[in-house]
Design a protein around this ligand. Sequence first.
Ligand code: S6P
Ligand code: ZN
Length: 202
Amino acid sequence: MQPFRAMLDFDSGSLVPAAAGFSRRLSEMIGAYADQEAARSLLAHGDDPVIYTGYDASVPAEAGHLTFRTTIIMPGTIGTEYFMTKGHHHVRDSAEFYLGMSGSGVMLMQSRTGEFARQDLEPRASVYVPPGWAHRTVNIGDAPLVFLAVYFGDAGHDYDSVADAGFGWRVFRGADGPELHRMNMAGAGQSRPAEPGADDDG
Ligand code: S6P
Ligand code: ZN
């Protein structure tokens, strides 16, 4: 292939040229949210909101390449839990680089041995996700959260491990703003508020 350049719009998240766009609705990730009743009630009323969209760069999904994509997470909540990505491990444990472009968010990260970390994602903030850390991004603002992710072409995405085990922490809208809750993994709806530091264990 030939060298190329692509233009990023930091406000809209557009990537030009892009190979493809993607979008994820609530119905495609209903199990991700703690308040299953709220999620099912929305769908039952014919409301299946787009939670996030994005654009993929034209890079082969092959070893040796660095691919990249933008994501735009809409503002909103399911119950009181903020809109977020499904979250994944990479099939081949490998690092990833995130860059905040606009909006205000939080990255939740969890290692294969159960350690937890979170980092705020905002314009000009870069976040490094080490190999073996599952990651999920949450929009805690009132505007779309836009960011860039750069990862290995052959990294692959494993969504099942996250869907099966869940994330140990969730972010809810509280009376005074976002609250990070440690989840009781035995019951998805149970939680207790907590305010761990960025590198506290879960
Ligand atoms: C790719 C990177 C992001 C996410 C995107 C959507 O490795 O982590 O581009 O793919 O934010 O999230 P998810 O969990 O649905 O892939
Ligand atoms: Zn990733």
